[in-house]
Write a protein that binds this ligand. Structure first.
Ligand code: GLY
Length: 258
């Protein structure tokens, strides 16, 4: 049965108030509140029986608390990405250092320019990876990613994005063949073999829940999604992510789980 042993998070930096945002959820993040919410997120992860490595805030990169994007960590290898957002490319240097504590050098791979890829576009379902082709993840990035995964016995398929930032903005796997889907992903043929729960439009943000060792962490403020996840039989933990949401960030963006 699948288990995560480790999680990596990075403390939000003061510069997060200048992070990238689509403006879909308006307002500047309140830094003090973001730190409190980040503490609660770490506490929630600890309740899921994982070791949590907390990296220090990095003021050079406003979006660096969204640690999911500069790396994809699997049971067999680590893949350092090449973020499509120019202001985030430098995040890979310190994440690679952190990843070296968990993977031998010959199992650390890298996406190279002109390929771009962000971890938010990658959804792992058993030994198969869905990867979103988005404004951040391009064709060359997906092709390098597919080659790397194949080397380690994994398969990969592309999902074209039309509307949302990252693949996992709108679709998330909760194990046991259960999938939360919203918006443009609701009727996608690629996901037809899963048990799909279609997220109501007014709760679209909560498509981004995370499964961690049979518990599911759900963002606070989305009662229909919370009930649906409970009805699937999961124990749930609520975490308020309002300040990260203003930067289009969700629960999955805030950690690397492996
Ligand atoms: N604000 C997170 C991102 O756009 O990458």
């Amino acid at each position: 049965m699948k288990r995560f042993t480790n999680v990596i998070v990075r403390r939000p930096c003061r510069a997060m108030t200048e992070g990238i945002t689509s403006g879909l959820y308006p307002g500047k993040p309140d830094y003090a509140l973001a730190l409190i919410q980040h503490d609660a997120y770490i506490d929630a992860l600890k309740k899921c029986q994982v070791n949590v490595t907390v990296l220090p805030a990095d003021e050079e990169f406003p979006d660096s608390c969204f640690v999911e994007d500069p790396a994809v960590l699997t049971e067999r290898c680590a893949i350092i990405t090449n973020p499509g957002a120019a202001s985030r490319k430098g995040e890979i240097l310190s994440i690679k250092e952190a990843v070296r504590n968990f993977y031998p050098e010959d199992r650390i791979e890298q996406i190279m320019s002109p390929g771009t890829l962000e971890g938010g576009d990658v959804m792992m379902c058993r030994d198969h990876f869905f990867v979103g082709r988005s404004e951040r993840t391009n064709e060359e990035g997906i092709s390098q990613f597919t080659r790397i995964l194949k080397k380690y016995g994994y398969s990969c398929s592309e999902v074209k994005l039309e509307e949302v930032l990252h693949l996992k903005t709108g679709v998330n796997y909760l194990e046991q063949n259960n999938l939360l889907v919203s918006g443009e992903f609701t009727d996608k043929e690629e996901f037809s073999s899963f048990n799909r729960y279609v997220i109501p439009e007014d709760e679209a943000y909560a498509a981004n829940c995370i499964w961690v060792n049979d518990k599911v962490i759900v963002p606070e403020g989305y009662p229909a999604v919370l009930e649906a996840v409970k009805a699937m039989g999961y124990e749930t933990i609520l975490v308020d992510t309002s300040e990260f949401r203003k930067l289009d960030g969700g629960l999955s963006c805030l950690s690397l789980r492996f």
